[in-house]
Design a binder for this molecule. Structure first.
Ligand SMILES: *[C@@H]1O[C@H](CO)[C@@H](O)[C@H](O)[C@H]1NC(C)=O
Ligand SMILES: *[C@@H]1O[C@H](CO)[C@@H](O)[C@H](O)[C@H]1NC(C)=O
Ligand SMILES: *[C@@H]1O[C@H](CO)[C@@H](O)[C@H](O)[C@H]1NC(C)=O
Ligand SMILES: CC(=O)N[C@H]1CO[C@H](CO)[C@@H](O)[C@@H]1O
Length: 481
């Protein structure tokens, strides 16, 4: 018995030992893999060393972001009922239903709250939690900060209070006057896999409500216009236009403001590249207006996976998609990029003063995809994809040094370049950024396109999600200008 017992015991411990080795080995392999990808990305990123200080002008707007863990501010109860989409949020009930609608898809959303006192109550409530914090927010300032950090000379179009202005670094010039009160955005954050009632989030994201008075009217546009000729930017970025989404404008006002944006874009000399950063648009009419008044006058477009699905759906099906897959396959996104590129180029031919679209950057959780016309004004596509990818981890994890202990790869071991006639490209961990050329036939012309895809070392311990897209898009633009 004893002999047998000993034998079984020994066998078990040998087995445990082997299992231990196996796990340690696979853990080691995983770490090695992530390290290789990180080193591969960093190598490509550092290949680009900028010369000189590019000049970047960015419109429009600014706000104070108040961050709160969503589950602290809003609690689930059975009364929430079915998730529902609302154009604007008129009551706390609507907030809960609307939050549920986006949370279950892990999709970002931004909604206007017309009731100022309800909004202020929510902000005070959020601020009463010690874990809440605030930051300068708005797409334009986040991009401006990033460009300034990356060594650009920056001009930002925004009106703000004197106290907010003191928080803007002195190396960023501001165009726009003073206001009495800054707009506040209340950012409800949640993590991947978090539950809220019966719903589970598929990724870390945020739901934003606001009661803006300044940003929707792009009140800084005129002041900005006066400074632009003298500033002579290499790059002009149009962003923040989603603040017009579902905003109660007086009749015709939105259209006339967008006409001013169009005019401002057209007025720039051809030597100034123009980038339009998309955002989450819920109002079909606004997106239609943008596709007439803004998109045709840009050289470059930046957007996330939801935004490209939305724009694609509008241009192809004639309606918008409010939520889309939050982890789309590379092939799906590349196909959407190709079709949008061709369509926008085609439409542009019959639009007076239109520019030729030469670049699209789509940032997703799992990868960065950049498409641009070869030998165009955009350089260093590969470095741009790597930089965008690393910035995604750095921003979300809140640290400049990527820690592989807090990172994972979501992108598959290989991806297809297209849903139908795609080629499979394996993910080479030593050379993680894949680039290739394609020839597009557009109205009888052969246009050579360079496509680069870089995997993201997804941050597993998110410290922030808001502003991620803006940091990533700007980081991707810097090596290219
Ligand atoms: C606005 O919100 C306040 C506070 O929640 C509420 O008392 C008031 O009835 C609301 N007003 C409207 C028009 O819904
Ligand atoms: C948009 O149109 C397509 C095709 O007509 C349809 O399948 C889809 O359900 C519509 N989506 C929305 C959100 O209405
Ligand atoms: C475009 O490329 C095709 C081959 O891929 C060629 O037959 C055609 O002549 C080219 N067209 C132009 C305008 O260069
Ligand atoms: C990692 C990183 O640099 N994130 C930045 C993104 O942009 C915001 C606003 O400028 C910064 O506060 C973050 O540090």
């Amino acid at each position: 018995m004893e002999y047998k017992g000993l034998k079984v015991g020994t066998l078990l411990s040998v087995l445990a030992f082997l299992v231990g080795i196996y796990y340690r080995e696979s853990e080691n392999l995983l770490q090695k893999r992530l390290t290789a990808v990180l080193e591969g990305l960093e190598e490509v990123e550092t290949k680009h060393v900028g010369s000189g200080r590019p000049r970047v002008a960015i419109g429009y707007g600014i706000c104070t972001d108040v961050y709160i863990d969503a589950k602290y501010l809003i609690t689930y109860s059975k009364d929430v009922g079915d998730p529902e989409h609302f154009d604007e949020i008129k009551s706390e009930d609507e907030l809960l239903k609307s939050f549920a609608y986006y949370f279950r898809h892990g999709a970002a959303a931004e909604r206007f709250m017309p009731n100022g006192s309800l909004f202020n109550q929510l902000v005070s409530h959020a601020r009463s939690f010690s874990s809440s914090y605030s930051n300068i927010g708005g797409n334009a300032p986040v991009m401006a900060f990033r460009f300034a950090k990356e060594g650009c000379d920056v001009l930002l179009a925004a009106k703000m209070t004197k106290s907010l202005r003191q928080l803007i670094p002195s190396n960023i010039r501001v165009a726009g006057g003073d206001v009495q009160q800054d707009d506040i955005h209340l950012v409800l954050e949640y993590k991947r896999g978090e539950t809220w009632g019966p719903f589970t989030s598929s990724r870390a994201n945020r739901y934003i409500v606001h009661n803006d008075a300044n940003n929707p009217t792009i009140s800084s546009l005129e002041e900005f216009d006066k400074l632009l000729p003298e500033f002579a930017p290499d790059l002009f970025v149009v962003s923040g236009l989603q603040m017009m989404d579902n905003y109660p404008f007086p009749e015709g006002m939105r259209f006339s403001r967008l006409m001013k944006v169009k005019q401002q874009m057209i007025n720039q000399p051809r030597s100034t590249k123009i980038h339009f950063e998309m955002a989450s648009f819920a109002e079909e009419n606004l997106l239609l207006e943008l596709s007439e008044l803004v998109i045709p006058f840009a050289d470059s477009l930046g957007m996330n996976e939801q935004e490209i699905a939305n724009l694609y759906s509008l241009m192809y099906n004639g309606n918008i998609s409010l939520v889309a897959d939050s982890n789309p396959r590379v092939a799906t996104v590349l196909d959407q990029m190709r079709l949008l590129f061709k369509l926008i180029r085609k439409n542009g031919k019959s639009i007076e003063n239109a520019r030729q679209l030469t670049r699209i950057h789509v940032h997703t959780l799992a990868y960065q995809a950049i498409l641009n016309v070869k030998n165009s004004v955009w350089k260093n596509t590969m470095a741009a994809a790597a930089k965008a990818s690393l910035t995604a981890n750095r921003h979300v994890c809140g640290s400049n040094n990527v820690d592989i202990q807090k990172a994972m790869l979501i992108m598959d071991d290989s991806f297809s370049t297209s849903i139908n006639a795609g080629r499979r490209i394996p993910l080479d961990i030593e050379k993680p950024v894949s680039c290739w050329d394609e020839v597009f036939k557009i109205d009888g012309d052969n246009v050579t396109i360079e496509v680069c895809v870089a995997p993201v070392l997804v941050c597993t311990q998110a410290s922030q999600t808001a502003g991620g897209g803006d940091n990533i898009s700007s980081a991707g633009l810097v090596p290219q200008i």
